[in-house]
Design a protein around this ligand. Structure first.
Ligand SMILES: NC(=O)c1ccc[n+]([C@@H]2O[C@H](COP(=O)([O-])OP(=O)(O)OC[C@H]3O[C@@H](n4cnc5c(N)ncnc54)[C@H](OP(=O)(O)O)[C@@H]3O)[C@@H](O)[C@H]2O)c1
Length: 327
């Protein structure tokens, strides 16, 4: 049986990505064979498909760090043919053939059942980005964040992590301040729950070790200058979830926010999160944290269109999520 796959390989120092035909025996080992219905585009997928970041650790590799589909066969008793499953994180799409293929084979330990009130499409409107937003909010709440503590800032607001984080936080009663580079999307961000929208580059970012105490929480997708600034303007007991590096991987700050204001900097790692927490958070996304507005900020592209979408991600030009219809 042959099927279509979007394969990334390395030729010398450059990366080549192309739609190819593969056979089942070319898939990586695993107990669960899945007929992929949907995958998505995450910032990480764009970095790997364009060769802009060192994401793929094993070449050649089918890209796509997440997928949802239907189990075709399983040698693990936990899954049976017809079950709907999500597979993301671990080595998916970086060191194990991933979601950009009509068939996927993965270890059972990497599979999450699609919650009863979700479809495979719903699951992929969230994808890795939405799951990571949920993980960040979960960690921040465990660190003591509550709506009464004060405003919560979300930067990279129009990106996948950003829009899901804003919708969940607003639903939970937080006063959300969104930071975006896209003036055209101010109303969109307000429509999903942001109470205030700041335009990146148009507000002052103090460089003093301690600025005015402003935010009780922050979801940081950018790193670099934005994260450095955030550490300086958190309230006493404030909590920052460090998720991404779309603007940079360096953080320049002092110990002052940590020792004089008790600020916490939480590292958010969706790849190595435990399976128990992974299942709990997917269930929350399907139920009490359900994002009703998310589907209207998702576009669906066909497998054939996939190669055309990555450049805009690398440039930070995309608003919302991109679901890829595979099967
Ligand atoms: N730690 C983890 O486990 C984990 C999991 C998922 C994602 N991530 C990381 O989290 C970040 C956000 O992911 P995502 O899926 O939301 O990405 P995305 O959909 O591509 O969104 C990124 C957003 O960041 C903003 N941005 C600002 N400067 C940018 C630049 N120079 N290049 C690109 N974007 C820029 C843009 O939003 P505005 O114009 O609204 O500012 C952009 O839309 C990425 O760095 C990603 O690698 C980490």
């Amino acid at each position: 049986m042959s099927f279509k796959a979007y394969l990334t390989s390395q030729e010398g120092k450059s990366t080549k990505t192309e739609l190819v035909d593969m056979t089942l025996d070319q898939l990586d080992p695993g107990e669960v064979l899945i007929r992929t219905e949907y995958s998505t585009v995450n910032y990480k997928d764009a970095l790997s498909a364009t060769g802009s970041g060192r994401i793929i650790r094993r070449f050649p590799c089918v890209g796509g760090v997440d997928l949802a589909g239907v189990v075709e066969s399983s040698t693990d008793a936990g899954f049976k043919p017809g079950d709907k499953v999500i597979a993301h994180a671990y080595d998916v799409g970086v060191a194990h053939h991933g979601g950009y293929a009509e068939m996927a084979r993965v270890p059972a330990a990497w599979c999450v059942p699609v919650p009863a009130s979700m479809t495979t499409f719903d699951a992929m409107t969230h994808g890795t980005a939405g799951f990571t937003a949920a993980l960040a909010i979960h960690r921040m709440q465990h660190d003591g964040l509550a709506p009464a503590n004060g405003p919560v800032l979300v930067n990279g607001a129009t990106g996948g992590v950003g829009i899901v984080a804003i919708e969940i936080l607003a639903k939970l009663g937080y006063h959300v301040v969104a930071v975006t580079g896209k003036e055209k999307d101010v109303e969109l961000l307000k429509s999903i729950g942001a109470k205030e929208v700041l335009i990146r580059g148009q507000f002052e970012m103090t460089e003093k070790p301690l600025g005015a105490e402003t935010y009780a929480g922050a979801v940081d997708n950018l790193g670099g200058e934005q994260l450095s600034w955030l550490t300086r303007v958190m309230k006493v007991g404030g909590t920052i979830a460090s998720i991404g590096l779309a603007q940079g991987w360096e953080v320049k700050t002092t110990v002052m926010p940590f020792i004089l204001r008790g600020v916490s900097l939480l590292g958010i790692d969706s790849v190595n999160c435990s399976m128990a927490l992974r299942r709990e958070l997917w269930n929350k996304l399907a139920n009490e944290w359900k994002c009703e507005k998310l589907a209207s900020h998702c576009r669906t592209v066909s497998f054939a269109e996939l190669p055309t979408v990555f450049d805009a991600y690398v440039k930070g030009q995309v608003t919302g999520r991109t679901v890829v219809k595979i099967g």
